[in-house]
Design a binder for this molecule. Structure first.
Ligand SMILES: [Zn+2]
Length: 410
């Protein structure tokens, strides 16, 4: 299903500039081969025309020469904790403590930076307080430019230790009526989709990621309520019991899902149903880092990295659609996840598809963004060189030639 569109409604007014992007290679995000010489006409914030070969510029346009660069769709980070993963200053003893409104300015600065890195869409899968909807509104009304933001509002979770560890990020709900109400509350709040914890988290020592945390009935009601109202669903899934419930209930995107390589039948179902996997390798690598977590969690982290890498390869082989989700900080470095997926065996072209059209599909906005095709929004990124042979270029600010957000150069 396509998503309801509060996030697109929150887009700023598109640029009125007419741009002719020419002379570069074109990776259109669909997965088809790179076109060596192509030109793109941008009008009214949209892609008005994609032309092959040597074509004269239309009358009255601004020409942007992309010789030596590759033009591609803007990137989507499908798994970000937007209101959490931005740097704030560490305050020295005796210095003035942060005022309540100051972090919002740091978030705005980080979102600007993320957009400068070509991340034109970001899906917030859980934050504290109202920072994310406030930033979304500020961008809509023109305060600053950043990626298009979609948010889940609060994460719906059964009563669990995580509710204590991440107090304020969860809406704990138990029983079908409470779950239904929790879904409606998120929509009331302005959420673009609904997220649920089907299992515990590997970042919480008191949680066992093994068993499903909620009942089949609770999960089915959550999906039914969200889908009936036109909203997509996203599930935190670690252990296979919860992952299986999520696949069966028709959850649209499975987050983490690192043990899926052990269940080819579930991968097959996901591929058949068009359910997306967001592997979030970057955060898993972080949980495996010595000295950051309790020994129990570090051990689990190491195991999870191995499993998640196997799962990326198995999901790809099974034809499951993948989306790039960083799940780590700072937000503007999200394209590092692309390299992690390649490291796990995903061909560079497929990793780039996951970061562009895969993300748009995961968010249910693929009719609007994610590929370079006529009538799509002109959210575009041009990289010096060829990201298919040199994917690290996507992570290098010095290699970013151009970013457009709804046709406006950033
Ligand atoms: Zn996460």
């Amino acid at each position: 299903m396509t998503a309801r569109l509060p996030a697109l409604l929150a887009d700023p007014a598109p640029s009125e500039r007419r741009l002719w992007l020419t002379g570069g290679r074109l990776f259109d995000g669909t997965g088809s081969a790179v076109r060596e010489r192509a030109s793109v006409l941008v009008e009214g914030g949209r892609i008005a025309r994609v032309a092959e070969g040597e074509t004269a510029a239309p009358e009255g346009v601004e020409t942007i020469d992309l010789a030596g660069a590759t033009l591609m769709p803007g990137l989507t980070d499908a798994h970000a904790h937007v209101g959490v993963s931005f740097p704030t200053p560490s305050i020295e003893h005796g210095a003035e403590p942060l005022l309540p409104g100051t972090p919002a300015h740091f978030l705005a600065a980080e979102l600007r930076r993320a957009l400068q890195m070509g991340i034109t869409t970001m899906r917030d899968v859980g934050s504290y307080g109202d920072l994310v909807v406030e930033a979304r509104q500020a961008m809509r009304y023109g305060a600053f430019q950043g990626p298009r933001l979609l948010t889940c509002g609060r994460i719906v979770s059964p009563t669990a230790p995580g509710g204590r560890f991440f107090a304020g990020m969860y809406r704990e709900a138990d029983g079908v009526d409470d779950v239904r109400r929790a879904v409606r509350e998120q929509i009331r709040y302005g959420a673009d989709f609904v997220k649920v914890m089907t299992t515990g988290a590997r970042s919480v020592e008191l949680e066992d990621p093994g068993p499903a945390q909620l009942t089949r009935d609770e999960l089915h009601v959550l999906v039914e309520e969200a889908h009936r109202l036109g909203y997509r669903t996203c599930a935190h899934c670690e252990g296979l019991a919860g992952t299986e419930l999520a696949v069966e209930a028709g959850i649209d995107t499975i987050e983490h899902g690192m043990y899926l390589n052990q269940r080819p039948d579930l991968l097959e179902q996901m591929a058949a149903n068009g359910q997306v996997l967001v592997p979030t390798l970057s955060f898993l690598h972080y949980t495996a880092r010595e000295g950051e977590w309790t020994p129990l969690l570090t051990d689990l982290g190491r195991h999870n990295v191995e499993q998640a890498q196997l799962t990326v390869a198995a999901a790809h082989a099974a034809g499951v659609r993948l989306a790039m989700g960083f799940d780590y900080e700072p937000l503007h470095e999200a394209a590092n996840e692309l390299l992690r997926m390649i490291e796990a065996g995903l061909p560079a072209r497929d990793a780039l598809v996951a970061a562009t059209s895969g993300g748009a599909y995961a968010l249910g906005i693929d009719a609007h963004v994610g590929t370079i095709e006529e009538d799509k929004a002109a959210d575009l990124l041009a990289i010096d060189g060829d990201p298919l042979t040199e994917p690290a270029a996507v992570c290098d600010p010095a290699r970013i030639r151009l970013v457009l957000r709804l046709g406006a150069p950033v």
